[in-house]
Design a protein around this ligand. Structure first.
Ligand SMILES: Cc1cc2nc3c(=O)[nH]c(=O)nc-3n(C[C@H](O)[C@H](O)[C@H](O)COP(=O)(O)OP(=O)(O)OC[C@H]3O[C@@H](n4cnc5c(N)ncnc54)[C@H](O)[C@@H]3O)c2cc1C
Length: 446
């Protein structure tokens, strides 16, 4: 139950081998994926895209007959806002030496990374990055990345749960630089592309926006997707196998297997009358608020170039926005001819209240910040505010322990599963990969 990308893709993967039904509370499916088209602009309410380096998402899109749209070449240019200037993020080790993102001392500190002892245990992202790369690299590079992806607080985020690939590199090679050299050599031998500590890949979407994926899944699922069905509770069928699912409006539905694919705070309510221990484990997963403010301007009104991906703002800068994406440069045709579409993010774990300001106050805050930071004085020709009161689930230190305890409890309920972005990866690609793995498990069980 839950018709976000986790639930929809799971039902799609199961369709060949089982008879899945998706119960979605809202009148429209897609969860955090929704595209709004107005005034010649194409705005993303939530999910902006996915990286093209995970084959499963591309296979799903291809199988549905969708044409994947890669971001433009100019979107490789990304900036960090530092002390009143947009500083270009280095794209490779050579440009790193000349980059203004770190001082000479900050760069030297990174060069010492291979000599820093490895820590096998989990730690906060802030602790990990400061220890391995130095305080400046943490504050100027890692902290804004954590805001950009998780809208999180790196002082609380678990490096193991949020960036498992990076922690694994430290564990295996003792150093991130040594890991990149070793993996680079392996990749060269096997003829693969360059390897980095980051997620890699090219940001991708569809020409009509991310909702194309939801619409295509909705079409293939047909009657199997039931919108307007809010699940209220579940129970085991006495003396038999399977479950009875109670919704707020219809008669109970019986199923051999049940998967919760709704946000953790909703799952907790459903689980309350079923397994209080499980409910307790998922209930306190935090979802800070984030607001997305989409702004359209005539190109000549902007006092800064927008042929790039956009910029992120380190927390230490003390600004009130997390960053801004140049949407119509990333994906062309997102704005009418001669116009530009920008997307500002505000809120997150360290400033949730800002995201909940009313539209007028939020817009005035955003325009004030863009004026102070970039000298933007013109009023936008187009504005949309998209609010996510509970936006992105956080994986703090102890998250892995929570998952372990959940697995122990789930083992007692054959045919009952929990998935979604609150557990094993927040990105759309993670949701699709996790749903694929789960479909395989369910397939074996049925
Ligand atoms: C502002 C924002 C921007 C993002 N941008 C990106 C991005 O660019 N790239 C990326 O990879 N990820 C991004 N994400 C992360 C994104 O949320 C996930 O990748 C993914 O969309 C989550 O899908 P999901 O199905 O797990 O959860 P959701 O999308 O939250 O779906 C859960 C569904 O469950 C339904 N539901 C809730 N309660 C019930 C109930 N009781 N009964 C039945 N149904 C119920 C909800 O209505 C919803 O449809 C972004 C998130 C936010 C908030």
């Amino acid at each position: 139950m839950g018709g976000g990308i986790s639930g929809l893709s799971l039902a799609h993967f199961l369709s060949g081998s089982a008879d899945p039904v998706v119960l979605e509370a809202d009148s429209r499916p897609g969860g955090k994926i929704r595209t709004e088209k107005a005034g010649g602009y194409i705005c993303e309410w939530g999910v902006n895209g996915f990286l093209d380096n995970r084959p499963r998402t591309l296979q799903v899109a291809g199988g549905l007959g969708l044409k994947v749209l890669r971001s433009s070449d100019s979107a490789r240019k990304r900036f960090i806002y530092l002390k009143g200037h947009l500083r270009l993020l280095p794209e490779n080790p050579a440009s790193f030496l000349t980059s203004g993102v770190l001082s000479p001392l900050g760069k030297l500190r990174i060069a010492l990374e291979p000599f820093i002892a490895a820590n096998k245990d989990d730690e906060t992202l802030a602790g990990f990055a400061s220890r391995r790369l130095g305080r400046q690299a943490y504050e100027n590079l890692i902290d804004p990345m954590a805001s950009g992806v998780f809208a999180g607080n790196p002082e609380k985020m678990s490096v193991e749960s949020c960036f498992p690939k990076i922690k694994a590199m430290e564990r295996k090679y003792g150093s991130l630089i040594k890991a990149m050299i070793a993996l680079g050599k392996e990749a060269k031998k096997s003829g693969k592309g360059p390897v980095g500590a980051g997620p890699g890949g090219v940001l991708s979407s569809f020409s009509g926006g991310m909702e194309e994926l939801v619409t295509a899944l909705r079409t293939v699922l047909g009657e199997r997707l039931k919108t307007g069905f809010r699940v209220a509770g579940i129970e085991k069928i006495e003396g038999g196998s399977g479950y009875r699912v109670h919704t707020e409006k219809a008669e109970a539905i019986e199923a051999d297997a049940v998967v919760l694919a709704c946000p953790a705070y909703e799952a907790a309510k459903i689980l309350d009358g079923f397994d209080k221990g499980l409910a307790g484990l998922v209930r306190d997963i935090e979802y800070p608020a984030v607001s997305v403010v989409s702004l359209g301007f005539r190109r000549e009104k902007l006092p800064f170039p927008v042929d790039a991906f956009g910029f992120l703002v380190p927390f230490r800068e003390g600004r009130k926005i997390l960053g801004m994406l140049y949407d119509s440069s990333i994906f062309p045709e997102r704005a009418p001819e001669g116009h530009v579409l920008l997307r500002v993010m505000a809120g997150g774990a360290r400033a949730s209240a800002l995201a909940m300001l009313d539209d007028e106050k939020l817009l005035s805050l955003v325009m004030g910040e863009l004026g102070g930071m970039l000298g933007l004085k013109a009023n936008p020709d187009f504005v949309r505010v998209f609010r996510h009161e509970r936006a992105i689930p956080q994986y703090p230190l102890g998250h892995a322990e929570r998952l372990k305890k959940m697995d122990e409890k789930l083992a007692a309920h054959r045919g009952f599963f929990i998935t979604g972005n609150a557990f094993r990866g927040i990105a759309l690609n993670d949701c699709i990969d996790n749903s694929f793995a789960l479909a395989q498990n369910i397939g074996k069980m049925l």
